[in-house]
Design a protein around this ligand. Sequence first.
Ligand code: TXA
Ligand code: MG
Length: 311
Amino acid sequence: MIFKATKENITNAGELIKAGDVVAFPTETVYGLGASAYNPQAIAKIYAIKNRPHFNPLISHIAEVDFLKEYAIVDERVLALAKKFWPGPLTFILKRKDDNPALDLACAGLKKISVRMPNHPVALDLIRAAGVPIVAPSANKSQTISPTTAQHVQASLGDAVPMILDAGACNVGVESTIIDVSEKQIVLLRAGGIALETLEEFLGEKILISDGNPNKPSSPGQMLRHYAPKYETRINVEHPAPDEFYIGFGDMDCDLNLSPTGDLQEATANLFQMMHLAEEQTKKHKIAIAPIPNIGLGRAINDRIKRASYK
Ligand code: TXA
Ligand code: MG
């Protein structure tokens, strides 16, 4: 059920998480389905509700940088990145500090843990109210388009979620950028809300782009079919067929336009919303998407639509 994200409702949501239940909540990227990182039963609920394969590890969301040091090995470089980009759409994969078995399910048994601090007041208040790191995948059925509004969550997961905190549409609109910072060479595992170029510029070093064998993913967000609309989707389409619902970019004729001015940030924020709309509105059951420049946030967009088009 959808609840407005008032102070009182956030407090109640925090109590639910403490009690081992799940809550859907807004972040700046997409809506997440949250549970206590320390509660395997609650995490199992997330997997069940999402219909998610069990080998997928989850991102722990924190509100205080100090929390990071409690269960992950961090160095100066990671702390500098956190200082610069947190709260924000950047997730670190780090070595776990100890083998605290309570975190095993959150990490899907891996020796590494993923952590981020979301840039959304409701998410941060919820984490503080719960008093624990909150693990949260996107609040949708596995392999469907990620939710950027509370209504998307309701439509995908329905009444399996006791509480959906509603704070309107997410302003980044695409998931966080994931980098593995556990070794000397930093590796990009998922393009997302912070551009690769922005990170490289800050670090003064190159980030390796993971070749991600999709059949044996180290980060299952690399699975080929992911974020998929119900209908056949083609990408890089300059001339759509008459029977295709056309999602455009830049100055052009189309059914929906990600950004008429060709602004990649605007396009990112609109992406999932427009894929949802295309799914609802296409009468012909076919979707085509215009070419998107593969720079900056365009990389995250192309990554998502490539998966959406995978058969
Ligand atoms: O923006 C986001 O990151 C959103 C919001 C809710 O914070 N969350 C999100 O979570 O996108 P999810 O579960 O849909 O995607 C997390 C990705 C998955 O592909 C998972 O396999 C990978 O992160 N991942 C998590 N922990 C990992 C680990 N320890 N090692 C490798 N990959 C990991
Ligand atoms: Mg997801």
